[in-house]
Ligand binder design. Structure first.
Ligand SMILES: [Zn+2]
Length: 258
């Protein structure tokens, strides 16, 4: 393969990795936002539980007061009933006492219900507090992990950018412009392999004349797919040769050591 095509292929391979790494970096803010959202949701649930708890405390005071008021009224009527002169007035007061006692019993029931509910709200607040703590602890770990991943991805990005600069230095400027233009048009791939006399990227057949010209070793012209305009390259079929013996590098003595 021509040296310039090899250089372009290297550049394309770096560019594809760069594309992936940039996509990974772009995903980090969303990952962090998801962690933050989980913490915010747990805190909101705690605030809600606390608000319900405060509300039951207020209601309990009100029901407490109701019980006291009806109790007080019943006592007042009982005091009065010892002083009334007529049977009718006595009966009327008895009726009032009964009514006040019934109301007091109802208020006591409400108070009891409220106290049971308050216990439930106390439990919910405790459970919410536990959830907040667990979510915050987990979030700290998750953020640290994301930060570490981000830092190592940024390192990879810097390495790839350096690699790109090195690959670019090997390519004539006009060809580089040409490559960049085609790559932009085709989502990053400016080169296409010729396979079975077809452009592997778009599938269109390569004219036999071009195909033959491409195979001439002395030819250093750049060929394009006439359909998708990508730069064509051809990978020579590997010439069959004896593969190196396995473990050729390892000396037999080293395996017997220790
Ligand atoms: Zn093509």
């Amino acid at each position: 393969m021509q040296k310039v095509l090899q250089n372009l292929l290297e550049l394309q391979s770096v560019d594809m990795r760069l594309h992936e790494v940039r996509a990974q970096l772009a995903a980090f803010p969303k990952k962090i936002a998801e962690v933050d959202a989980r913490v915010a949701a747990a805190r909101a649930a705690l605030e809600q539980s606390k608000a319900a708890q405060v509300n039951t405390i207020k209601e309990r005071k009100k029901y407490d007061l109701d019980v006291e008021q009806w109790k007080e009224r019943a006592r007042k009527y009982r005091d009065q009933s010892s002083q009334v002169k007529t049977n009718e007035a006595y009966k009327a007061l008895q009726h009032e006492i009964q009514n006040a006692e019934e109301e007091m019993a109802k208020a006591e029931d409400r108070l009891l219900e409220q106290m049971v509910a308050a216990e439930e709200y106390d439990r919910r607040v405790k459970a919410s507090e536990k959830t907040v703590k667990e979510t915050e602890d987990a979030a700290r770990g998750q953020r640290a992990k994301i930060d570490a991943e981000k830092a190592s991805t940024e390192e990879i990005l810097a390495e790839l950018e350096a690699e790109r600069a090195r690959a670019m230095a090997e390519i004539p400027e006009d060809l580089l412009d040409h490559y960049n233009r085609i790559a932009r048009k085709h989502g990053g791939t400016a080169l296409a392999e010729v396979r079975n006399e077809k452009c592997a990227a778009c599938g269109m057949r390569i004219r036999p004349q071009i195909f033959q010209e491409m195979h001439r070793a002395s030819n250093d012209e750049i060929y394009h797919c006439e359909t998708c305009t990508r730069i064509l390259y051809y990978v020579d079929a590997p010439t069959p040769s004896a593969p190196p013996p396995p473990d050729a590098a390892a000396s037999p003595a080293s395996t017997n050591e220790s």
